[in-house]
Design a protein around this ligand. Structure first.
Ligand code: FES
Ligand code: FES
Length: 155
């Protein structure tokens, strides 16, 4: 087993560790206790494992942990501050966009990245759907998610 010493930050907390070069970022995050990062398909289809790396959403099951060296990783655990939900999280609750919840951490990260990069008022449903195309949800039918992103954008 070959390992490499890497440094990265997760939700603004610094880590330095030896990582098996074959290990996915998803596995490393889950082993460190960031279990919001879900393993769904494990092959880049479902988006349940979505995290932000330097602000970009990606499937952490397909991303080697060593590629995250010197980068900033964000998971949903780090979004809520002092027990207060973010505007995106609030809007998901308000719009009923959370049902079983398995897809929700990944979706929240995709919505968060999308709203950090776009100005709000004129977001079309089509753009919102495109930005979340990598996140599968088996429960909501997606309309409530689109509604939640629009509501969050106004907050
Ligand atoms: S578990 Fe990563 S995309 Fe499905
Ligand atoms: S809320 Fe159940 S999979 Fe999305």
């Amino acid at each position: 087993m070959k390992s490499m010493n890497v440094k990265f930050s997760i939700n603004a907390k610094s880590y330095e560790m030896d990582v098996d070069v074959r290990k996915s970022l998803m596995d490393v995050l889950r082993e460190l206790g960031y279990t919001s990062v879900k393993q769904g398909c494990g092959v880049g289809e479902c988006g349940a494992c979505t995290v932000l790396v330097n602000g970009t959403p990606l499937d952490s099951c397909l991303y080697l942990a060593v590629w995250a060296a010197n980068k900033e990783i964000r998971t949903v655990e780090g979004e809520c501050k002092d027990g207060k939900l973010t505007a995106v999280q609030d809007a998901y609750v308000e719009e009923g966009a959370v049902q079983c919840g398995f897809c929700t951490p990944g979706l929240i990260m995709s919505s968060t990245a999308f709203l950090e990069k776009n100005t709000v008022e004129d977001l079309s449903s089509e753009e919102i759907r495109k930005a979340h195309a990598g996140n599968l949800c088996r429960c909501t039918g997606y309309q409530t998610i689109v509604n939640a992103v629009k509501t969050a954008a106004k907050k």
